[in-house]
Design a binder for this molecule. Structure first.
Ligand SMILES: Nc1ncnc2c1ncn2[C@@H]1O[C@H](COP(=O)(O)OP(=O)(O)O)[C@@H](O)[C@H]1O
Ligand SMILES: [Mg+2]
Length: 270
């Protein structure tokens, strides 16, 4: 919509941004290294963050950057997972047919994991996104994947990613058995103002627009609105760019951003 006016080759501030163009903060790089280590050493990690802080993006980057020759990454994101569908979704990603019986599905999955490990020498990484929505039975089932072999090494790496409720849940005594198995904890929090500014600039660079569009004060307004949350920054910037292009503004100042964000809050522009 505004891409033509701002002479952009790619649409910035979207979910579909390529993983190579993701902005790296000190924190997101640290989280990424921990997840990479989890995959390499076949550990159990949890990734926690408020909605929109970049969990799924980080997981996308992990999948993209782990070598396909060495790793088989299985990704699930389904709030209604049952143990049977959990095993079957994983089996389907491994190219196998789903089965009706939960125990058969589980046994088949174990066999497939052994094939990956043995014949293909690939390490399996299971990622369960939106894990805060899963019930206790399902979380336990996921955790059982780690010890079906009874030996000291895990047969795969497991990453549970979810909102803060997941962490709150795992700290309840009823979930202690799961929490005790967690090797790596990762937390993603919103960005500070300096990172928010660089994030916006990095997105504009990705779009192919080669000069700044937002003034310093405009970025301050965006930061105030978003609290440094990438999803909210994206929303504020996209709406501002639409407005800016309609008003034929090459440079967007805080007055324009505030006008747009006022509407956002009251829901007028949604
Ligand atoms: N490091 C980043 N660089 C560029 N865009 C990002 C980054 N982190 C998050 N985003 C963007 O912010 C939005 C929310 O990120 P997402 O990973 O879906 O968050 P979460 O999974 O924590 O809810 C997405 O549109 C995503 O593209
Ligand atoms: Mg997500």
């Amino acid at each position: 919509m505004y891409e033509l006016f701002y002479e952009m080759k790619h649409t910035p501030f979207t979910r579909g941004i390529p993983t190579t163009a993701l902005y790296k903060t000190h924190q997101s790089s640290e989280v990424f290294s921990r997840l990479e280590y989890t995959a390499k050493k076949q550990l159990f990690a949890v990734l926690i963050g408020e909605p929109g802080t970049g969990k799924t993006s980080t997981l996308r980057r992990l999948k993209a950057e782990l070598s396909e020759l060495e790793y088989m990454v299985l990704y699930l994101s389904d709030s209604k997972l049952t143990p049977r569908s959990f095993y079957n979704y994983l089996l389907m990603q491994l190219g196998c047919k789903p089965v009706l019986q939960r125990n058969t599905a589980r046994d088949n999955l174990h066999k497939q994991i052994e094939i990956m490990r043995g014949m293909q020498s690939r390490k399996v990484v299971v990622i369960v996104d939106e894990a805060h929505l899963l019930d206790k039975e399902m979380l336990e089932e996921a955790r059982f994947l780690l010890n079906y072999r009874m030996d000291s090494e895990n047969p795969l790496a497991l990453i549970l990613s979810g909102q803060t409720e997941l962490w709150d849940k795992l700290r309840l005594s009823a979930y202690r058995a799961i929490l005790e198995r967690v090797d790596i904890e990762c937390f993603l929090t919103p960005m500070d103002f300096a990172d928010t500014k660089q994030y916006i600039e990095a997105q504009l660079l990705y779009s192919g627009h080669d000069s700044p569009i937002f003034t310093e004060d405009a970025m301050k307004s965006i930061f105030e609105f978003s609290g440094g949350n990438p999803r909210l920054i994206n929303r504020a910037c996209s709406q501002s760019l639409i407005y800016g292009s309609q008003m034929k503004q090459n440079c967007i100042d805080s007055k324009s951003v505030d006008t747009v964000l006022e509407n956002e809050v009251t829901g007028v522009s949604q």
